[in-house]
Design a protein around this ligand. Sequence first.
Ligand SMILES: CC(C)(COP(=O)(O)OP(=O)(O)OC[C@H]1O[C@@H](n2cnc3c(N)ncnc32)[C@H](O)[C@@H]1OP(=O)(O)O)[C@@H](O)C(=O)NCCC(=O)NCCS
Length: 162
Amino acid sequence: MSQSIDAHVRHCLRGDLRQLEFGHAFAHDRALIRQMFRRHLRGDCCFLVVEVAGVPAGQAWVELPLAPGGVGALWAVRVRPDIRGLGLGSLLVRAALGALVSRGAATAELEVEPHNDGAIRFYERLGFRIEPGPPLRQPPGPALRGLLVMRRPLSGPAQEAA
Ligand SMILES: CC(C)(COP(=O)(O)OP(=O)(O)OC[C@H]1O[C@@H](n2cnc3c(N)ncnc32)[C@H](O)[C@@H]1OP(=O)(O)O)[C@@H](O)C(=O)NCCC(=O)NCCS
């Protein structure tokens, strides 16, 4: 982190949901955020938040592998716009990768818009690489076309990149 900030990653709580819309920024995703939270309560996925000064300031939805050795996915890695660039996104992704490792995933996957250079650089720094072909895990919500697929192994040398 570029400056000292009191942050920790934890599971999402019901009382976080409205704040995870970050004002109007992600209000259009209200139904999806609630759907992922219900899945989290059932144990079908892992909904993480990063809390800063007692307030949820970022989120990541972690799609768990279907079987040990399988592929897990990261969706909706988002940090509140006014506190980006402080290391919170990296903290969230590392926690998400840890959750996938603990559930036996061998590979982590995500999708990113091709013009989102900052996010691509961010994920590359965390060990992800762009790979050809379609995603192996289906993202929640409406299907978006033309996204880049990025993956990283969860064991071996690339693990150290995170
Ligand atoms: C991508 C994102 C999660 C990174 O979170 P963060 O807390 O800013 O990340 P960190 O501080 O750990 O790392 C900063 C890096 O993130 C990247 N980044 C992408 N967008 C950024 C932004 N708006 N502000 C700051 N950094 C950004 C940069 O590569 C930056 O590294 P740099 O200093 O070399 O430019 C955050 O910018 C975000 O929520 N963006 C909007 C949603 C999004 O695009 N999600 C990813 C698409 S799947």
